[in-house]
Design a protein around this ligand. Sequence first.
Ligand code: 5AD
Ligand code: FES
Length: 363
Amino acid sequence: MTDFSPQRLHRLADERHTLAPAEIVALLHAQDHDLKALYAAADALRREKVGDNVFLRGIIEFSNYCLNDCAYCGIRAGNQAVSRYRMPPEEIIARAEHADRWGCTSVVLQSGEDPWFTTPRLCEIITGIKRRSAVAVTISVGIRSPAEIRELRAAGCARCLVRFETSDRELFARIHPDETFERRIQCLRDFRAAGFQTGSGFMIGLPDAPLETLAADILYATRLDLDMIGCGPFIAHADTPLAGTPLLADREIYFKTIAIMRLLNPLVHLPATTAFDALVRGGRDRLLQMGCNVFMPNLTPGQYRAQYQLYPGKPCLDEDGAACAACVMKRVEKLGRLIGRSPGHSFKPANLSHPAPDDDLGL
Ligand code: 5AD
Ligand code: FES
């Protein structure tokens, strides 16, 4: 039986201890007193290591065109029920310019795998943003080649987001008909080699992913030594092959995963991801009290939002950028936390000069 005392959990994290898979599974079963201790330890560690600032990263979902057919995703190529949109580059730049004014010190440019947005086009957008505002830019557009990644870096983009989704290679292959696990991880490594701050993560509760898989995912994300880790519940979308997959019976598992993530990664940026609000009202606010230090207001213009539903029940569909950012600020302040005024760079600057080790990453 694992000892769940906050003291022991703290000690483990302080030593940069990595738990055994069985210990993580035991933590994922935590109830009552142990559960409270887990959340309290994650919250205390967050305060000690990364402080009370909550960094706002505005997300701009600029295109829902996608070449891929990922089995879980609502905007997969095969879903004919979605009407497709692309934001004009000028509109993307204008949105990012507003982000600053709305308290967001960085923006995430996210889209499907859309070949219309060639790397030179993305570079023009990034350069345009950099010319007009001081926001940091994160790119989340799927796979690009090493040469393209270097071009993006030269244009002024220094952060990326490439989730590995699951560390179970067979499960990955089943739900990604267009891509291999190795290619994704290699892309992440290419970003890091080009000097990017790297973000990755996975979905919690995919079908055929028992708690042992979840424990392996937590350990894999930890081993990648990331600057940012984004994880969220898998929520089945009706117009996908995974339609009808139920949520995990124990909803706390989703939250426990994030708390454990903080314990094993004291210096990481941990966003309270949007899908948690689709799971349960106020989900993101709870996460900020169990290890998270980043909140991502949706800055996508209202007219596009309904068409960027990777999963159902996405919050804030009726809002616009300004309203969403104002709401987020209120939520953060209510929790007694501060809004981060800096771009919220990596807490691990050494990562930028030391690419992740090759060993043990499954390559
Ligand atoms: N439920 C939850 N998260 C999803 N994503 C895509 N589809 C879903 C879904 N049905 C997540 C993936 C992807 C990120 C942009 O959104 O992890 O990397
Ligand atoms: Fe978007 Fe509240 S977080 S409106």
